[in-house]
Design a binder for this molecule. Sequence first.
Ligand code: MLC
Ligand code: AMP
Length: 510
Amino acid sequence: MSATHRPPTSNATPHFVEVVAATVERFGHRPLLSAHGSGAALTYADVWGWAGASAQRLAGVGATPGERVVVRAPKSVEMLIAYLAALRLGAVWTPVAPTATTTELNQVIDDAEPRVVIDGNRALCDMVGAAPAGAPEPQPGDWPNPTPGPDQIAAMLYTSGTTGRPKGVPITGAALSANAHALVDAWRFTEHDVLVHALPIHHAHGLFVAVGCVLASGSSMRWIDRFDATEVIDGLRKATMFMGVPTHFVRLLEDSGFDRATCASVRLLISGSAPLPAVTFQHIADRTGLEVVERYGMTETLMLASNPIDGIRKPGSVGLPLPGVEVRLGSFDDADRPGRATEVGMVEVRGPSVFEHYWGRPPDPADRASAADDDHAEGPAQQPWFRTGDLGRFDADGYLHLVGRSKDLIISGGLNVYPAEVEAVLEGQPGVAEVAVIGLPDDHWGQQVTAIVVPDTGPAPSDEFCEQLVASARERLSAYKLPRQVHLTDALPRNTMGKVDKAALRRSFG
Ligand code: MLC
Ligand code: AMP
C-alpha cells in the first residue's frame, strides 16, 4: 500500500519533521521539556539527538519509511522520543491507548499490518535507549536521509467508528505542519511560552495540538505523565499555557488552589475534545480571571475552529474557522437531531489538514459532500468537503456553535466511545436479548456510558446480573468504554425504520 494518500500539496507546507528540524536549529539550546518533579530540563538539542539515536535503533528492527510502528505504552518522555524517532525515519507512528485490551490492540495490528510492534513500557524504553550523554550539536541534515516528503503519512490514529470496527486515520506530515502552524499563529505561541502538558499523547489533542504547537514554536513544556490536579496547579505557577478536556477543568475547579494567584503567569487556558459547558467557562473565569479559549477539531481533520485571542471568547461556541479551514453547514438526515431549527446543519469542512480516507478502505461517499455545488471556486484544490457528523449553527458574528451530533458517539472525559462497539460486546453475553448503549449527561465526565438491556426470556435476572455483564465485558473493552449504569427494560423503542430510537431512550433514562 502506498504511503501517499493525497495529491501533492503545495511545496510551501513541508513535512512536520522539517518544521521540527528548523525549530531545533533555531532553538537547540533552549529547554523543550522538564518532567514534573525533576529539576532537569531536556533541551531541543538533547531531545533531537536522543530521537536521532532512537531512530537508528528503530530502523535496526525494521522500521522503514511508510511502515507502521504500533505502540501500546503509558505516556512518558520515552514515548515522545519514540514519536520523534519515527518522524525522523518517515515511519508511521501508530499509538494505541495504554489501557487498550489485547483484543483492541490486536484489532489495530490486524488492520495496520505494522512492521514493528512495541508493547509495554519496558519494550519502549529498550527501544528508545537512554538519553545520549552530552547531546551532540543538532545536525538537522544528517538524519534522516532522504527527508520524508510532505504527503508521506507521518502518523495513524485509530477511531472506533460507527460500525464498532476500528478505522485508521492516516495523517500526513504536511497536515501536521499545517495544523501546528495555524494554531501557533492563532494562539501566538512563541519560544517564551511554557505549556503544562498533562494530556495523553496517543490522541490528536495531546500529540498534534499540544506537542505540535510546542515543537513548531520553540516553546517548552512542564511534562506530567498522567493528569493530576495538584501537579497541574503546581505546574501552572511557572507556566503561560494549559490545554485540557472539560473534565480536566472540572477537576481543577474542585481544587481550591486553582485560582488567580496560581494562574498569575498564565496567558491562555485552552479547552477542546468535548463541549465545555458555559457554566464551567464562567466558574473558571471567576476563579482565575481567565476566559478559556475553546476550540474544535477531530482526528480526521485536526483543528478546525477556535475562539479568538483578541475579540470575544464566547462560552458555548467553538469560535471561528481557523485560517485555511473552510467550514459550511450541509444537510443531514437523522432522527436524533436536537431540534428542527432550520439554521442547524451538518458541519462540513475542508482544508490542508483534512485526511483523505481511512486506512485500507476506499473513500466512503457518505463521508464526503460534493464540491460541485460549492461557490468558493478557489477552495483548496476543489477538495471535497468532509462531513464531520457534528451538527452546528453559525451566529450573526460568524461563530460556530455545536448543537449535537448526527453520529452515534459518546464523549466521556474527552474520550470517544462508539456505542456499536460496546453493544456488540454486551449482546454476546448470556441472558441478554437486546442492548442499546447511550450517553447520558454527567457533570464530571460530560457524558456517561449507559446500557439499556432487554433480558432474554430465561429466568428473571439476578441482582448481580448487571454487574456481571459489565465485568465480563472488561476483558474486551477498555475500562472507560464500560457502562457506568445498566438499566433493564422490557423492549427498546424503535422508529418507523425499525432503528432503536436512542433519543427516546435518552429522554426516558436521562
Ligand atoms: C478514565 N476512566 C474513565 C475515563 N478515563 N471513564 C470514563 N471516561 C473517561 N474519560 C476510568 C478508568 O478506566 C477507571 O476505571 C476510572 O475511570 C477511574 O480512573 P481515574 O483515575 O479517575 O481516571 P484518570 O486516569 O484520572 O483519567 C481521567 C482523565 C482521562 C479525564 C484524566 O480520561 C483523560 O486524560 N482524558 C483526556 C482524553 C483526551 O486527551 N482526549 C482527546 C481525544 S482527541 P476503572 O473501572 O478501572 O476504575 C480529540 C480530538 C480533539 O478528541 O478535538 O481534541
Ligand atoms: P475524535 O474522534 O476523538 O477526534 O473526536 C472528535 C469529536 O470530538 C468531534 O467530532 C466533536 O464531536 C468532538 N469535539 C471536539 N472538540 C469539541 C468541542 N470543543 N466541543 C464539542 N465537541 C467537540
